[in-house]
Design a protein around this ligand. Structure first.
Ligand SMILES: NC(=O)c1ccc[n+]([C@@H]2O[C@H](COP(=O)([O-])OP(=O)(O)OC[C@H]3O[C@@H](n4cnc5c(N)ncnc54)[C@H](OP(=O)(O)O)[C@@H]3O)[C@@H](O)[C@H]2O)c1
Length: 382
């Protein structure tokens, strides 16, 4: 295992962290973790040097933390730093903060959560938690020892990321989505560098884009990978690209089989900042360009089309659809689409086409929206 640095802390994280969000399950039911197999995976990772485990209140329908509490018995808890997250969207009142944290400590069978994150911050969650004085509360929890260090995970635009980083000078770390397709998405490379410059450790999630960069690969992408002088699996290419960045503290992967754990542990042992060659980086850039060529709707996310008079979240709907086609992954796109509020979905479109007059790319948005709803709406695909 390779070890890296973690912001300003005197502690070295393993290059690979264990994400407890995609554990093997029984009967395809995310709430039924296959505990024997998941425990073997976790123990394998720790026995091979992984020293950071990431969880959240909500993973596996709320069962992941209790599973982890059991799986870390027998001396494993002492060998790792434990990270978990406050369910930002469930918190309604100040008293909820203690309630969730205390429940998490119990589920995890621990007295301290080493790294506690405000989960999935975006403008809305951040504003709400800030108004509930979450930072004062967290300082008390750090002082009484229930929390070791405070951080946040993030899903919104770069500007919101910068605002959150700047809002508090005791963040120890943040967690961002980052992979070779998402350099300019959410926090992106700008956010990675901004946070690292400010002394925050940066934990990376979705390095394989939730698996999209490793499964069901389009033939054109496979053909490009086949041209590499040094052969790697698509998952290894994706992970190595992230590890190549010196600002990255550790990379989480939510592995779903023991084989994936073994592969990613092996990848991590060969990783390091600035270890990819110029030719390898150029190949990754060609793969990125090829994926972009597969993008069906040329939306640049400029948002000139907004606000839609009917409330459709046009850029997000188009982004989800583009992901479905580029990565050949309709299932994940359906999940994201159905997470949108009803009024933000494509079927709220009345075909007024006001957005089309505003779109600099001259996209036939109204027609796309009708097609996309047909494809992604869960109720039409059951
Ligand atoms: N805070 C947040 O808002 C948030 C959001 C997302 C994730 N996270 C955390 O970050 C962790 C990492 O994110 P992620 O799970 O999306 O990471 P990821 O590594 O991008 O995706 C994991 C998926 O990639 C595939 N995979 C992993 N290793 C592979 C290999 N060697 N070969 C082939 N495929 C492989 C598997 O997909 P298949 O199962 O299809 O094979 C696996 O389920 C999560 O587990 C979670 O702990 C946090």
């Amino acid at each position: 295992m390779q070890y890296r640095t973690f912001g300003e802390l005197d502690w070295k994280p393993s290059a690979l962290g264990f994400g407890a969000m995609r554990l093997p399950v029984i009967d395809d039911d995310p709430g039924k973790i296959s505990e024997l197999e998941a425990t073997r995976m976790l123990h394998y990772a720790i026995d091979h040097g992984v020293n950071y485990v990431d969880n959240a209140y909500s993973y596996h329908r709320g069962h992941s933390e209790a599973f982890l509490g059991r799986a870390l018995q027998g001396g494993y808890r002492e060998r790792v730093k434990l990270a978990t997250k406050l369910p930002s969207w469930l918190v309604k009142a100040p008293k909820d903060l203690n309630r969730y944290l205390n429940e998490q400590l119990e589920r995890l069978q621990t007295e301290t959560i080493d790294f506690y994150l405000l989960h999935s911050l975006n403008e809305e969650h951040w504003t709400k938690l800030h108004d509930l004085n979450v930072l004062d509360w967290a300082e008390k929890a750090m002082a009484d020892g229930r929390i070791g260090y405070l951080g946040f995970s993030f899903h919104d635009q770069y500007e919101v990321f910068q605002e959150i980083v700047d809002a508090y000078d005791r963040w120890t770390f943040c967690q961002i989505q980052y992979n070779y397709m998402d350099e300019e998405h959410q926090a992106g490379t700008r956010g990675l560098k901004y946070a690292a410059d400010k002394g925050l450790a940066v934990v990376v999630m979705e390095p394989i884009r939730g698996g999209q960069l490793a499964r069901n690969l389009p033939r054109a992408i496979m053909e490009l990978w086949d041209t590499a002088a040094r052969k790697r699996t698509p998952a290894d290419w994706a992970l190595q690209w992230v590890w190549n960045h010196p600002e990255v503290s550790l990379v989480l992967s939510g592995m779903s089989t023991l084989e994936q754990v073994a592969q990613n542990v092996a990848s991590a042992s060969q990783s390091g900042p600035a270890t990819l060659t110029a030719d390898e980086l150029a190949l990754i850039a060609r793969v990125r360009d090829k994926y972009r060529e597969l993008c069906p709707v040329p939306c640049t996310q400029c948002k000139y089309c907004l606000p839609c008079p009917n409330g459709v979240n046009i850029p997000r709907v188009l982004e989800i659809y583009n992901g479905a086609i580029m990565y050949n992954d309709h299932n994940r796109a359906r999940v994201f689409y159905n997470w949108l509020k009803e009024e933000e979905r494509a079927d709220a479109c009345t075909q007024c086409a006001q957005c089309e007059e505003l779109c600099p790319q001259e996209i036939g948005i109204a027609e796309w929206l009708a097609q996309i709803h047909q494809l992604l709406d869960e109720s039409q695909n059951q």
